[in-house]
Design a protein around this ligand. Structure first.
Ligand SMILES: [Zn+2]
Length: 118
């Protein structure tokens, strides 16, 4: 897929098995911590059609950094997905509701909640 994954230390909780995904074609970086749910996305800005945006002859970099309250692991057939638990209480509630709905629709999914407190 044109990217290299390597383990790094999470700069939020210190977990040493956070993952850095580095795309060597574009230089984009995605970091995710499976313990506290922290994620950092350093990416090139694109327009709605997916084309890179250039301003004054330079690509536009965006950084999005999200701290979380742990992770939820959704395990299905042969795959598992990590989702960060939002900090905000209202968003947490909405999130929980959505998960319950998902599980109703797909009862074979296993949902593991791993909160993390600082
Ligand atoms: Zn972490």
């Amino acid at each position: 897929m044109g990217s290299v994954q390597s383990p790094i230390i999470c700069n939020v909780c210190g977990f040493d098995e956070a993952v850095e995904d580095y795309c060597y074609k574009t230089g984009e970086i995605y970091v995710f911590c499976p313990r506290c749910g922290y994620s950092k996305d350093v990416y090139l800005d694109r327009d709605e059609e997916g084309n890179l945006i250039v301003k004054n002859g330079e690509f536009q970099w965006e950084i999005s950094e999200i701290k979380a309250k742990g992770v939820i692991i959704v395990q299905g057939e042969g795959c598992s997905e990590y989702i960060s638990i939002p900090f905000d209480k209202d968003r947490q509630k909405a999130f929980r509701k959505a998960l319950i709905e998902i599980q109703k629709e797909k009862p074979t999914l296993k949902i593991i909640v791993k909160p993390y407190n600082y």
